[in-house]
Design a binder for this molecule. Structure first.
Ligand code: BG6
Length: 480
């Protein structure tokens, strides 16, 4: 298998990390609007109400809401043929349970999509990327309440209809798999996904299992709905998964690693195998967690299976093991891998892990896979002549593209696209920083929100342009 001519080369962004304009044109407050900036090792604050003199990075983002024509023109200049955007639910239904949608919000996304189509860039639209109206958390208790599924589906229907004929590629959810009753979670991870702080949940296991189940059900119901509205719709769900390796070949450690990695797949099983997995229900039962699949739900799982799997890939980790002296500090709490380097933010850099994960996932489901995020968060410096040299980013991306190509060309994995995270610098989700940059385009805003907001092309901009123009054959980097 070779990279197809219509292989998708592009990037991914999320509304709350770029748009800003958090209270403009009828937008309601959403979960991330209450989150302050943090940094590596210092968690973001989660506030009950907006406080004066506190910086909430989503309020201003990179001002994409007003500057998107300029930004898309720059992105188009690299030759990308796909951009994954998200729709902020709180722009469409400001309170989530409003009786009618906000016209200005719908128009904004119609115009944004039209701007992409003008440059022949395929819009890939995520319907939930950490952007829930806060009212749905406070009034209904977030995803634990089935009423929220109804409101989500109404929002999906509004957008499927509003963008019908313009958008064919959709993503129901971004990274719901981090909701996991089996492991301790940080407040920011449960908050990002469901607007709830882990430390404040009373019945943690049961609540997280309910949320994981309801989101899975909501995704399947959205797929079914999207197919009904337009048979051309291709609908996927995005997962943030990482390979989990065993520390050594001790079979006990290998099994533990397998179990830790497998935990992230029960929702994909449900979405691809037309059935919520019985093994998960049994496992829950053994742990005193009650979950039952109603006949109506079973029908939804049956009729709402995915067209493709979206894969966000950044890092791998090593599973904890009995007697480990070190504490897990890898991305999702696993141990660091002594064979691999880490980014400044402690994320393990493992290009081969991408090939491994592509193989593992494709062999399990046989569905097309789109790499929906990949990238290196790094600090960039502007030199005196205005140039931004970022060979570290090019090295990271080119190594990952090489491994992806091996998965496609040697291992016959049907990978349909490669989207980098944040092709234009944006606000970091886990830290709220601007200085954790992923872009090919630099945005002159600092961690305090200060700067000209000017956009500048980095060296990697020209490199990605060359990669795309050659459909992935020229990935080397000439630093001159
Ligand atoms: C992914 C999310 O998990 O990781 C993005 O989908 C996020 O929203 C990205 O931005 C990178 O994480 P961070 O914390 O570096 O922004």
């Amino acid at each position: 298998m070779k990279l197809k001519n219509d292989f998708l080369w592009g990037g991914s962004i999320a509304a709350h990390q770029v748009e800003g304009a958090w209270d403009e044109d009828g937008k309601g407050p959403a979960i991330m609007d209450f989150v302050t900036a943090g940094e590596y090792g210092q968690a973001r604050g989660i506030h009950e109400s907006i406080q004066a003199d506190v910086r909430y990075p989503s309020h201003t983002g990179i001002d994409f809401y007003h500057r998107y024509p300029e930004d898309i023109k720059l992105l188009a200049g690299m030759g990308i043929n796909a951009l994954r955007i998200s729709i902020d639910w709180s722009r469409i239904y400001p309170q989530g349970d409003d009786s009618t949608p906000n016209k200005a919000g719908i128009e904004f996304y119609q115009n944004l999509v039209d701007e992409l189509l003008k440059y022949k860039i395929k819009p890939i639209v995520t319907l939930y990327h950490f952007e829930m109206p806060i009212n749905l958390v406070r009034k209904y208790g977030s995803w634990e309440n089935k009423k929220v599924i109804e409101y989500y589906l109404r929002f999906c229907e509004t957008m499927f209809q509003a963008l019908k004929g313009r958008v064919t590629h959709w993503v129901t959810f971004n990274e719901m798999n981090h909701i996991d009753p089996q492991s301790e979670a940080s407040d920011i991870f449960t908050y990002i996904i469901a607007g709830l702080k882990y430390s404040e949940l009373t019945n943690k296991k049961q609540t997280l299992a309910n949320i994981g189940y309801n989101m899975t059900l909501a995704s399947c119901a959205a797929v079914r709905l999207g197919h009904k509205i337009d048979k051309h719709n291709e609908i996927g769900c995005v997962f943030g998964i990482e390979p989990v390796y065993a520390v050594n070949s001790d079979p006990d450690n290998v099994l533990t690693a397998f179990k830790q990695m497998d935990r992230d797949f029960y929702q994909i099983d449900a979405m691809c195998n037309k059935k919520f997995p019985q093994y998960k229900l049994d496992e829950y039962k053994d742990q005193g967690i009650n979950l039952a699949v109603s006949a109506e739900d079973a029908q939804i799982f049956k009729e709402g299976s995915l067209d493709f799997i979206g894969m966000n890939y950044y890092a791998s980790s090593v599973a904890n093991y009995a007697g480990a002296s070190e504490k897990g500090s890898a991305l999702f709490g696993g141990l660091q891998n002594t064979f691999l380097p880490v980014s400044k933010w402690g994320w393990t850099i493992d290009p081969v892990g991408l090939r491994y994960l592509l193989n593992y996932t494709y062999r399990k489901y046989g569905l097309p896979i789109m790499i929906t995020e990949n990238g290196l968060g790094a600090v960039d410096e502007i030199s005196a002549d205005g140039r931004i040299q970022d060979p570290y980013r090019i090295a990271y991306l080119s190594k990952h593209i090489q491994e992806m190509k091996k998965a496609i060309e040697i291992d016959q994995v049907n990978c349909i696209g490669y989207l980098t995270w944040g092709p234009i610098d944006l606000v970091s989700a886990t830290t709220g920083q601007m200085s954790k940059r992923y872009g090919f385009i630099y945005v002159d805003i600092d961690d305090q929100g200060q700067g000209t907001a000017k956009r500048l092309k980095k060296d990697s901009y020209y490199w990605y342009q060359q990669v795309i123009a050659s459909n992935g054959t020229e990935i080397q980097y000439d630093s001159k």
